[in-house]
Design a binder for this molecule. Structure first.
Ligand code: SAH
Length: 412
């Protein structure tokens, strides 16, 4: 299930009042419809299928299968005829049920929302790719600012079908959010000759960057779990556990008998609980893990008595003036023997192709530290609270700018 948090969408956004007024920022259709969020979810959840890769059953990738996709609520600017003009040339049978704007006020007429089923003999990657590109095109909106690399993405995903599509111009313009120069560039490339070598290379790199990012999370979890194992730890608290990725990894290792996850966000805790399937977990397993709601800003009795604490990609979400409170809560009061803490290495950001210079990796980050800044902070607090600290890179190490993630391991 894809859940869109409409409030998080506007948090930290400046000067957005010109986009339809304050109310629309909070009350809108985004949580209820298939939109560019759906495309992001498709690429995250079905990344390898979308790219046409299968390690286990590579022969299936090339096979056309009788596939059906059902989209419960699809906004179509341009109505049913436009929907058909987009999908039927690709060889789909389309069934579309329109929805009234308000059933109780029929004179208001139809809304732009449809329940849509498409059917066709397709490769899985084709069907996913068509949905990935065309959902935001039908919606005619995107939740992020469209930049140059979106041209590359469109060309990559449009390979083999877009150039021949009768609506390729409209698809291109809408996909690039009506930015004329980008659309022109995309159409030129789309209809031009073979890609030049540098363009080919750019594509490969973009994909590699994407994949590296996917596995970075995995590498981080492994590095943290390895540190805890090496320390002979059995009782761990994960502070700012978020949606419970680390908790899940810890549960898979029997040595961790007592695992506590804490977060300030109820929403994240709900997701964590679902992800871990707490409700249906066998009792013996269930006893190993607990989730609590709490803030790192406040001294908390429940955090005492754990051998180790993990703080994974959390400190950069705290306002700098409040870091001191966090330091005391963890290192003075909870006082575990070992703390494993990770944060982005700001120096590495220049290696992310899709990240404009000077921007943070995540909209909610309050800061991102260079290696020197992180080490100075960590060393200062270690000596104030009687800990020793060592540092390690996580992810591929670049000679010049280091690794994407930096990790500190404190012991007392
Ligand atoms: N550790 C997780 C989540 C990182 S995102 C992971 O690696 O996937 C940062 C998390 O810190 C979010 O879940 C956020 O809700 C939480 N957080 C931010 N401020 C917090 C605070 N003051 N107290 C507790 N958690 C906080």
């Amino acid at each position: 299930m894809l859940e869109v948090d409409p409030v998080a969408l506007v948090r930290g956004r400046r000067g957005a009042s010109g986009e339809g007024g304050a109310l629309e920022q909070y009350v809108n259709d985004r949580p209820y419809v298939a939109s560019s969020f759906m495309s992001v979810a498709l690429s995250r959840l079905f990344g390898s299928a979308l790219a046409g890769r299968s390690q286990g059953r590579p022969e299936l990738v090339e096979r056309e299968l009788p596939l059906v996709a059902h989209v419960s609520v699809l906004p179509c600017r341009g109505g049913e005829s436009f929907l058909r003009r987009l999908l039927e040339p690709l060889g789909y049978r389309v069934t579309a049920t329109p929805h009234a704007l308000d059933e109780t006020v029929p004179e208001w007429g139809q809304s732009r929302y449809f329940t849509v089923t498409i059917e066709g003999h397709k490769r899985v990657s084709e069907l996913l790719t068509h949905l990935y590109v065309l959902i935001p095109v039908l919606d005619d909106d995107k939740h992020y600012w469209v930049t140059e690399d979106e041209v590359e993405k469109l060309l990559r995903h449009g390979e083999g079908w877009l150039a021949a599509h009768p609506e390729r111009e409209l698809i291109t313009r809408r996909y690039l959010r009506h930015q004329k120069s980008l659309a022109r560039e995309a159409l030129e490339q789309l209809l031009g000759e073979e890609l030049s070598a540098p363009e080919e290379r750019a594509r490969d790199e973009a994909e590699a960057a994407l994949e590296a990012r996917l596995s970075l999370n995995e590498q981080r979890l492994r590095a943290v779990v390895a540190e805890l194992q090496a320390g002979g730890v059995t009782r761990v608290v994960d502070l700012g556990c978020g949606e419970g990725k680390l908790l899940k990894a810890l549960l898979q290792e029997r040595r961790f008998t007592d695992i506590l996850g804490m977060d300030v966000s109820w929403r994240s805790l709900d997701i964590a609980s679902e992800r871990l399937d707490l409700e249906r977990m066998p009792e013996l397993q269930r006893e190993r893990v607990k989730l609590i709601h709490g803030s790192l800003m406040y001294r908390d009795q429940r955090l005492a008595g754990y051998e180790a604490a993990t703080v994974i990609e959390v400190v950069e979400h705290l306002d700098p003036p409040r870091l001191a409170a966090f330091e005391r809560v963890l290192f003075e009061f909870a006082r575990p023997e070992r703390v494993v803490l990770t944060t982005p290495n700001a120096e590495f950001n220049v290696r992310f192709e899709n990240l404009p210079a000077g921007r943070f990796r995540h909209a909610d980050h309050r800061f991102e530290w260079t290696r020197a800044q992180f080490e100075a902070w960590a060393q200062g607090l270690a000596s104030r609270f009687g800990y020793s600290v060592r540092f390690g890179p996580v992810g591929p190490v670049d000679e010049e700018v280091g690794a994407p993630t930096q990790m500190a391991v404190f012991s007392r």
